[in-house]
Design a protein around this ligand. Structure first.
Ligand SMILES: C[S@@+](CC[C@H](N)C(=O)[O-])C[C@H]1O[C@@H](n2cnc3c(N)ncnc32)[C@H](O)[C@@H]1O
Length: 258
């Protein structure tokens, strides 16, 4: 599915960058006055020093961006402690994680702040542009520069293909594919995920992605899903529940005894 989307030329200071993005994504570049007259539901715009995704209702203000700051309640010092269901699911002995469904990169960034070495895969070119912008803002953060941290590597493309050609095998492959909508989530998460669903649709090939991940993970595959969804790969080795979500862990081969 390819939702209607254009790049908005709002600020002359970003004209070059906006033109380059529109060319790269093969989308129209529109002035604000023209955008209002057209029936296009989504826009990318450089605003407030970052790249934002807007829907028509948010044309004037707001917008969704890759948030690189700790989530509410999350420890802000580095490395953040490895507690909570997400950290338990990826495992304390894990060092390298490949997120095969990066999306808004909120899980990847939480894991990066815990000190894991992250590689991120994403197949939507629109999301890739938003994540690239987020990661370049991350690289400018004081705490990242001071510690000489490498921000996560971002690879564009379908993970089902990309996983077959990795330079090195990650300890853990992390999957959070799009499931059909369910009950209440936090307002921002809901907005972000709903917009993603409107643009991309559900990930109907998640079963194939899971099978591929099981062939290429070193120690485990972790699948995040709504708490009431059927486990993607059948009975998991273990599961960790959090608010409205569940992390199913599938251990690989000899790690099944760990
Ligand atoms: C539910 S979102 C992930 C949200 C993410 N965990 C976060 O914290 O923001 C799913 C994302 O995975 C991507 N995706 C799904 N299947 C994929 C595949 N086979 N290869 C690459 N990306 C994929 C979708 O394009 C979408 O951006």
């Amino acid at each position: 599915m390819r939702a209607e989307l254009a790049v908005l030329a709002e600020d002359d200071n970003y004209l070059q960058q906006s033109r380059h993005l529109a060319d790269k994504l093969e989308r129209p570049l529109l002035a604000v006055a023209d955008a209002k007259q057209q029936d296009i539901p989504f826009f990318l715009v450089y605003r407030d020093h970052c790249l934002k995704l807007l829907d028509k209702a948010l044309l004037k203000k707001g917008g969704l961006t890759v948030n690189i700051d700790p989530r509410p309640g999350e420890q802000s010092s580095y490395p953040a402690s490895k507690k909570g269901a997400l950290a338990q699911a990826v495992g304390r002995k894990t060092q390298t994680i490949l997120d095969a469904t990066t999306g808004w990169a909120q899980d990847s960034l939480a894991l990066f702040r815990m000190g894991y070495h992250m590689t991120c895969l994403e197949r939507s070119p629109v999301m890739v542009a938003l994540i690239e912008d987020g990661f370049s803002r991350l690289a400018q953060k004081d705490w990242v520069i001071r510690r000489q941290l490498q921000v996560p590597e971002l690879i564009s493309g379908n993970s089902i293909d990309r996983l077959q050609n990795l330079a090195s095998q990650p300890d853990c492959i992390y999957l959070d594919p799009m499931f059909p909508p369910k009950r209440k989530k936090s307002a921002l998460a809901k907005k972000g995920m709903n917009v993603l669903r409107d643009i991309l649709g559900d990930d109907t090939d998640k079963q194939q992605l899971f099978m591929t991940a099981m062939q290429h993970a070193g120690k485990r595959v972790v699948v995040k899903s709504p708490d009431d969804a059927e486990p993607l790969g059948g009975q998991p080795s273990m599961s960790y529940a959090s608010k409205l979500v569940r992390y199913d862990v599938y251990l690989i081969g000899e790690n099944q005894n760990v």
